[in-house]
Design a protein around this ligand. Structure first.
Ligand code: DQA
Length: 138
């Protein structure tokens, strides 16, 4: 099973960004532990702050991977292009968010990606990624 985690803008700052909201663990530390927990999954990750690079990556792997765990971060609330890419590819997309976007500002309540996702996992901290991964394994 080949799964990729795709992270959008500012998620490279996890561990030092708004720790009260996003926790104090870096994504790389979390990702290493996740790989050890799921040794039978070919798990990779990609992060970009650039909308077009996220679209390129979704297109590139969307025909050969079994699933995408996508945290498009701020682009979730703005990007028709990323939403269209998620719809275009055969690989199922699970949308995740670390924080509970519904308990935050109104502009975070809208997701352009959600209608094209298999499911959405929101608000469980970094564990949101693990829950998304489990959803592909059942
Ligand atoms: C986020 C929520 C978004 O609203 C925000 O712009 C992010 C992170 C989350 O994982 O909680 O950068 O996607």
């Amino acid at each position: 099973m080949k799964i990729i985690i795709i992270n959008g803008p500012n998620l490279n700052l996890l561990g030092k960004r708004e720790n009260d909201i996003y926790g104090d663990e870096t994504f790389n530390d979390f990702f290493e532990k996740l790989q050890l927990k799921f040794p039978n999954v070919k798990l990779s990750q990609f992060q970009s702050n650039i909308e077009g690079e996220l679209i390129d990556k979704i297109q590139e792997i969307g025909y050969s991977y079994d699933g995408i765990i996508l945290n498009a971060a701020a682009y979730t609330h703005t990007s028709v292009g990323i939403a269209d890419a998620a719809k275009a590819i055969p690989a199922p997309v699970v949308e995740v968010h670390i924080s509970n976007t519904f308990s935050r500002e109104d502009f975070r309540h809208k997701s352009y990606i959600a209608p094209n996702a298999k499911g959405v996992i929101v608000g469980f901290g970094l564990q949101s990624y693990e829950l998304a991964l489990q959803s592909f394994l059942k």
